[in-house]
Design a protein. Structure first.
Length: 131
């Protein structure tokens, strides 16, 4: 499963359902919504900006564009249509769409600063680069 922190659960649900076509599964109180429609369920978790990221303190949540080494990739059949849908829902494309040996890929930020990619695999998929 994939957990994505968002400062506003309603806005997060609207973005991920409109941008990626995910659908609401279950709701858990007022702070978590389960989204279905990809290989793993996505859980949007409402966490206020500035809240601690761990019980013991340390860093705090920021919702400006930020980099993390972990991000979701969503596979799509038509990258151009999916990219347009994501942008219309509020995503920001970062850089040009890439033609790669395994297909086409575009990188984005959601309205909360979280990065994600859209990938349309060709017939070979990752086998094109596997050794």
């Amino acid at each position: 499963m994939i957990n994505i922190d968002v400062p506003d659960l309603v806005a997060g649900e609207r973005f991920y359902t409109e941008a990626l076509g995910l659908t609401v599964g279950r709701r858990f109180d007022d702070d978590i919504v389960e989204l279905l429609g990809c290989e793993a369920p996505v859980y949007l978790i409402r966490k206020p900006e500035g809240s601690a990221i761990a019980p013991a303190g340390g860093d705090i949540r920021r919702y400006a564009r930020h980099w993390t080494p972990v991000h979701p990739d969503f596979t799509v059949d038509d990258l151009d249509a999916a990219a347009l849908k994501a942008i219309r829902a509020g995503a920001i494309q970062e850089g040009e769409t890439l033609d790669l040996p395994y297909g086409r890929q575009a990188m984005f930020a959601d309205p909360f600063g979280n990065g994600f990619c859209l990938i349309a695999f060709n017939a070979k998929g990752y086998d094109a680069i596997a050794t």
